[in-house]
Ligand binder design. Structure first.
Ligand SMILES: *Cc1c(COP(=O)(O)O)cnc(C)c1O
Length: 428
């Protein structure tokens, strides 16, 4: 459920007409809903009430400071995958004791920054990384809490690009190899084993892969305890899917039941790292129709947003629901006909939807691409020298630009010519 609804033939973000925001900030733009963010967090928190633990929001899904601050205010911690994300989480006011650092390629410099910031836990994905962390921590006179991210070899049955828990995926350490990693960790003075971590993928729309993976890691916890490790924490990752078009993902309550069924007897403190399920439906990408044309019998609606603004359809063949902002056409309701909704970028993959039902459009009409709050703005690029689009947060009947549209000046400002192109001559 979200707070982007049509009222009297016009799309509202909470109590603000989307067209009013478009008139003020121009298009395209991302629009987030405070009430939706808070609602999703609350629903998940309540569903997990029976499971003692914490929610560390996966910052990579949407790292806008306003989003981070909103979720932080609700009590969320942060799951970060880079120094940049850690800096964002801290800048948004999320306390370092609520931050977990993930990812297979943390550099020593990133480890040092995170250690001195005082984060709570590092999730380790290789023996080499474990040894490096121990070394960096010793250098700073710190002890780093760690969990080893275990690859449970469970297929999440999600899109190929976002499954992470199969044998050939690059994430985590396979079991039983991870058992030896724990043995190594136990012998290192500057790391302390806190728990076990897993994350099998994203946009998972079935409870079964979760259940299987939870069962596997629950057994692993028992084995590690028998090996003498003090396992108090179980980090179950994220991955819960959302409805983009007609998916029926498990509800937070169903997810929580699976969690409890498989982990209740362990007495572990649980950590959850939801990303998409908190933010996806809390955001839309608003775009304007530039032209309509007919290409060999195919109706094409060309819009001003492109794959550089929202890459999911091009990158993952993802589908998003697209709706007209105004449905009160002067002609009265018109029957939708299939259209390809495409961007202006010189790539065939710059296509948001194929054969998507839309009423006739005219240049200037606004469309909303729904469920764009996760892996949307964060994956945007300047491809085709297109400025990053603004992000707007709505709360009740007010809205604020939380990141302005990038200017052409700032886009070009970072580049310089080498001296041999400016007549200055090179050095040496
Ligand atoms: C991406 C990621 C998440 C969040 O995944 P969602 O599908 O957005 O919930 C959680 N944990 C880890 C380790 C991740 O890499």
């Amino acid at each position: 459920m979200d707070h982007f609804n049509h009222r009297g033939g016009e799309l509202f973000a909470e109590d603000v007409p989307v067209a009013r925001i478009a008139a003020e900030v121009g298009t395209p733009f991302y629009c987030y809903s405070d009430a939706t963010l808070r609602r999703h967090y609350r629903v998940l928190k309540e569903a997990l009430a029976g499971a003692p633990g914490s929610i560390c929001y996966a910052v990579k899904a949407n790292s806008n400071l306003a989003v981070l601050r909103t979720l932080g205010e609700m009590g969320a911690g942060a799951d970060v995958v880079s120094e940049g994300e850690l800096r964002r989480a801290l800048a948004a006011g999320i306390p370092p004791e609520r931050v977990i650092f993930e990812g297979p390629g943390k550099t020593r410099a990133e480890m040092a920054f995170a250690l001195t910031a005082g984060i709570d836990q590092f999730n380790i994905e290789s023996d080499a990384e474990l040894v490096a962390l121990d070394d960096v921590a010793r250098g700073w006179g710190k002890v780093a809490n760690i969990a080893v991210r275990i690859n449970p070899n469970v297929d999440a049955h999600s899109l190929d690009g976002i499954s992470t828990g199969r044998k050939r995926d690059k994430f985590g350490i396979l079991w039983p190899a991870a058992r030896a990693t724990y043995r190594v960790a136990a012998g290192l003075a500057s790391v302390k084993v806190a728990g076990v971590a897993m994350h099998i993928g994203s946009q998972i729309t079935d409870t079964l892969p979760f259940e299987r993976a939870f069962r596997v890691v629950a057994e692993i916890v028992e084995t590690l305890r028998a090996d003498g490790h003090d396992i108090r924490r179980l980090d179950l990752g994220g991955g819960l899917g959302v409805p983009y078009t007609d998916e029926r993902p498990p509800s937070p309550a169903e997810y929580a039941r699976a969690v409890l069924r498989e982990t209740q007897n362990l007495g572990c403190e649980l950590v959850f790292q939801p990303g998409r399920m908190l933010v996806a439906n809390a955001g839309i990408l608003v775009t304007r129709v530039t032209y309509e044309k007919d290409a060999a019998g195919v109706r094409m609606v060309i819009v001003d947003a492109g794959m550089n603004d929202l890459v999911r359809p091009a990158m993952y063949k993802a589908k998003h629901t697209i709706v007209p902002v105004r449905t009160d056409g002067a002609q009265g309701p018109v029957k939708p006909t299939p259209a390809d909704v495409v961007g202006p970028i010189c790539e065939t993959s710059d296509t948001f939807a194929k054969d998507w039902p839309l009423p006739p459009t005219a240049p200037g009409d606004l469309l909303a691409i729904r469920t764009a709050g996760a892996y949307g703005a964060v994956m945007a690029s300047n491809y085709n020298t297109r400025p990053l689009v603004p992000e707007v947060m709505v709360r009740g009947n007010e809205f604020a630009v939380v990141r302005p549209r990038q200017t052409y000046e700032s886009l070009l400002a970072g580049e310089t010519l080498p001296p041999w192109l400016t007549g200055g001559g090179g050095v040496g």
